[in-house]
Design a protein around this ligand. Sequence first.
Ligand SMILES: Cc1cc2nc3c(=O)[nH]c(=O)nc-3n(C[C@H](O)[C@H](O)[C@H](O)COP(=O)(O)O)c2cc1C
Length: 273
Amino acid sequence: MIPGSTRAASTNTAFCRTAGACAPPGVEVVVFDDCAVLPHLNPDDDHDPLPPAVVALRTAIAAASAVLFCTPEYAGTLPGSLKNLLDWTVGGTELTGKPVAWAKVAADAHRGEGAHATLATVLGYVQAEVVVSACRHVPITREMVGADGLVADPAAREEIAQTLQALRHDRDELPAACTLGPEDGAERLRRWHALTDRAAPTARRVAHQLEVRFPPGPGVHAELEALAAAEQQCCAFLVWTVTVDSGQPVLHVTAPPDQPDDIDAIASLFGAT
Ligand SMILES: Cc1cc2nc3c(=O)[nH]c(=O)nc-3n(C[C@H](O)[C@H](O)[C@H](O)COP(=O)(O)O)c2cc1C
């Protein structure tokens, strides 16, 4: 977790610290709150031996399976200290391909749009993988931050935990019934995640039937058709179809009515239970 505020009683840092206190089982949260300790980037200094704070930053990002940013907006864009931190990641490749997301804590979801637009630009530049479904608005007011720097509000804690759940990266596990080998299976999962991270679909499961609605977007329908056709070849015990409803590509996956459990792994891929 990387908070973008250097303020001691920061609501953004409180979000990150509270995440450590209410993380789902199996998720370890590390907060890198040394933004202010990083030296100003000078490309002449971007070589070994690197400044210790830069080593700490790059090591922490490399070790993380995902990175969540939580930043205020300053003067219509990112705080300079966070932009400086991000600039230090350009010389390393630690963020390339790394699942990332951001949480907005301002009471009004539309506040801070300049900051998040800049964050999206920089993360695109370093080719991080933005997990759209994990980018959340979780309002944290100054009054909600306790003397211990944590948020006690149960509803906020639940939303923070859900944000982590959306970003958690135990998603590389192939379903037990998958007949693809490890490499092909990993490549198939990577394609599914690339599509769902980009398009943030909504999934609904009723017994043995799963329906996943994708927002329309460039290439979404074509990739969904291609993936569904590929799954029909190897996951032939399920029926995979793609329709279009009100302009939205919709994936339907159906298990035999007497074997609804067959759809469990696919449903969990889309966050439906
Ligand atoms: C220098 C400075 C510039 C700011 N600029 C903006 C701004 O452009 N847009 C905005 O919505 N809030 C702006 N704010 C307000 C902060 O985003 C707000 O106080 C936020 O809650 C700070 O987050 P923190 O509690 O994590 O420190 C600014 C605050 C400071 C100190």
